[in-house]
Design a protein around this ligand. Structure first.
Ligand code: OXD
Ligand code: MN
Length: 591
């Protein structure tokens, strides 16, 4: 426990509102987690898996109506509606407190309220920030234990300070109609109710480390980004770090844990994971950008993860992990999902908790799936075989490059480099991708997703763009900004680029550009590689295919420029003039 008055007041107020039967503080002692695991297994909230094959691992099933983030029910509640901007849902803070207050009132009757002190970033580092999450869900307590640094050591680091994010969560009745994920950036507070799905309830992640932190970053002069951080070690042993933003489910975790192709391995290339989802980025004393991963675990999408696509992610889940909404293999009490490289179990239960017949599986028919397409694992970062030795570095790692990307079948080339910082911000601001299963709503529709932050900016997106432009003025030693697209398709809709580990070939070009070791060709959208400079040794594609992958079709891009202009229109005068100018430059270069 603590004597911190602000923490005690926060807990007291939550107690008075939610009226739990009792209150348990998460101290960090293993005995408490063990007791909670046992309790969750008794009530059916979790299933203990085969402890020989998967030590410390559990299976959880969410409610059927509660399997993804709910962007339509996610709100930014600041006093002035314009400060939330045209992309976010907005609610007046007083109205939100009143409306949710009613839902929270008495919602924990007969239940235990858990108080989780947690740190985003290494405990005590000046890069880190502290949160307290109050919840009535054991699943949340145990998942936060994996995803963050939690317990008494965090309260010690907090001391008497009032500087912590106040997070209140209740699964309440899991009522979809009363489900709200609400942020109060001006009060450093998050209220989440009627959901039990990770992205809505593990408040340290999207809610704090992106939405609230992006707001704090704007005010304090740093950046909270939806980016992986990865280190590439060359045969000389030098490691260069890049941060990359992709919309949800574009293979971010795969890139963060990339396995070099054989020929690269032989030469001595290695890849080190710092983070797979979120980066907090500051300007260092040396004028470079430095990034930390504020999380302590991976909340990865299970389907498609296998020993070929991402062995490091799969191996990360082999102990002390929680699986949500995957297939339960009853024969050996383990888990399975679509895209696993072992045969489907014959005696199994699907994510809905029903007996599952794998032989009826039909890709076109979701009702036949064993695992939910957005089923997840929560795995400790320490399990990752390629975890960077800089993972705990209090000041993070220096960035050589920032990479944006998305899923574009035709428009964007395999890779291009922006002309300078502001042009790079333009590239990030106009990013687009096809929607995926990570968020509820239509799948396969193209949507603009600036810096992959569309669902995660805690204030007006136009001001967020302005913040990027402002940051550029402070970085004396700027990383270069690139855009990649692994997802170009041929006339049959097949991916042209092999992707996965072979993406290292593109990263190699990017790093060579950062060190001025390779030339590039100027095209209207920026600089692209000469095809010969993308190493295709050992691949079955030819230099002509690379030429194709790098092609920039002016007519397609004129359409793209129109799309950007339409997207920008909603920001009105708040859009930074620098971005307007970049758009005009693009248009004139295309003519
Ligand atoms: C996620 C996401 O990381 O949806 O879960 O971006
Ligand atoms: Mn994400």
């Amino acid at each position: 426990m603590t004597t911190n008055k602000a923490v005690l007041k926060f807990v007291e107020e939550a107690k008075n509102l939610c009226k739990p039967e009792n209150v348990v503080w998460v101290t960090g002692e293993e005995a408490l987690y063990e007791q909670l695991r046992e309790e969750a297994c008794k009530t059916g909230e979790m299933i203990k898996l085969n402890q020989e094959l998967l030590p410390g691992c559990y299976l959880h099933r969410s409610a059927l109506n509660d399997v993804a983030r709910v962007e339509g029910r996610t709100f930014i509640c600041c006093k002035n509606k314009d400060d939330a901007g045209p992309i976010n849902n907005w609610m007046d803070p007083q109205e939100a407190y009143a409306k949710l207050g009613e839902i929270f009132d008495g919602c924990m009757k007969g239940r235990t309220m858990y108080v989780i002190p947690y740190s985003m970033g290494a405990v005590g580092s000046k890069f880190s920030k502290i949160g307290i999450e109050i919840t009535d869900s054991i699943y949340v307590v145990l998942s936060m234990h994996i995803m963050t640094r939690d317990g008494d050591k965090v309260l010690e680091a907090l001391g008497d300070s009032e500087d912590f994010v106040r997070g209140l969560h209740s699964k309440a009745e899991l009522d979809e109609e009363k489900r709200y994920i609400v942020h109060f950036p001006e009060d450093n507070a998050i209220w989440s109710v009627n959901s039990g799905y990770g992205g809505n309830v593990l408040l340290g992640k999207k809610c704090f480390a992106l939405r609230i932190a992006s707001y704090l970053g704007k005010n304090e002069g740093w950046m909270a980004e939806h980016m992986l951080i990865v280190g590439i070690q060359n045969p000389q042993g030098e490691i260069k770090y890049v941060a990359a933003a992709f919309p949800s489910a574009c293979g971010k975790t795969n890139l963060a844990m990339l396995i070099p192709p054989e020929i690269y391995k032989k030469k001595g290339y290695k890849v080190w994971t710092v983070g797979d989802d979120i980066a907090w980025i500051r300007v260092g004393e040396d004028g470079r950008l430095w990034a930390i991963n504020p999380e302590n675990g991976f909340f990865g999408v299970a389907p498609g993860t296998n020993m070929h696509s991402n062995p490091n992610a799969l191996l990360s889940t082999k102990k002390n992990s929680i699986f949500t909404n995957v297939v339960h293999d009853l024969d050996n009490n383990t888990v399975w999902w679509e895209g696993m490289d072992t045969p489907a179990p014959t005696n199994a239960v699907n994510w809905r908790g029903e007996k599952w017949d794998a032989s009826k599986y039909d890709k076109q028919d979701k009702s036949t799936y064993g695992a939910h397409p957005n089923s997840r694992f929560t795995a400790p970062t320490v399990n990752c075989p390629c975890l960077s030795d800089q993972f705990e570095a209090p000041n993070g790692v220096p960035l050589s490059a920032i990479i944006f990307g998305g899923r574009r079948a035709k428009t964007a080339p395999l890779v291009y480099e922006s002309r300078d910082w502001n042009n790079g911000v333009f590239v990030g601001s106009s990013m687009a991708s096809e929607t995926t299963a990570a968020a509820t709503g239509a799948v396969g529709v193209v949507r603009r997703d600036p810096m992959a932050m569309r669902p995660f900016v805690g204030y007006n997106m136009a001001d967020y763009f302005a913040h990027w432009i402002e940051m550029g003025k402070k970085i004396t030693n700027k990383p270069k900004i690139f855009n990649v697209n692994w997802f170009r398709t041929d006339e049959n809709g097949k991916f042209i680029w092999p992707g996965f580990g072979d993406n290292l070939r593109v990263l190699e070009w990017i790093l060579a550009r950062c060190e001025n070791k390779v030339d590039a060709r100027e095209v209207p959208i920026g600089y692209i590689p000469y095809a010969k400079d993308i190493n295709i040794e050992g691949l079955s594609i030819t230099e002509d295919t690379v030429e194709d992958l790098l092609s920039v079709d002016k007519e397609t891009w004129k359409e793209e420029a129109k799309g950007i202009e339409e997207f920008y229109a909603q920001f009105g005068d708040r859009l930074p003039k620098e971005l307007r100018a970049e758009l005009e430059t693009l248009k004139s270069k295309l003519n």
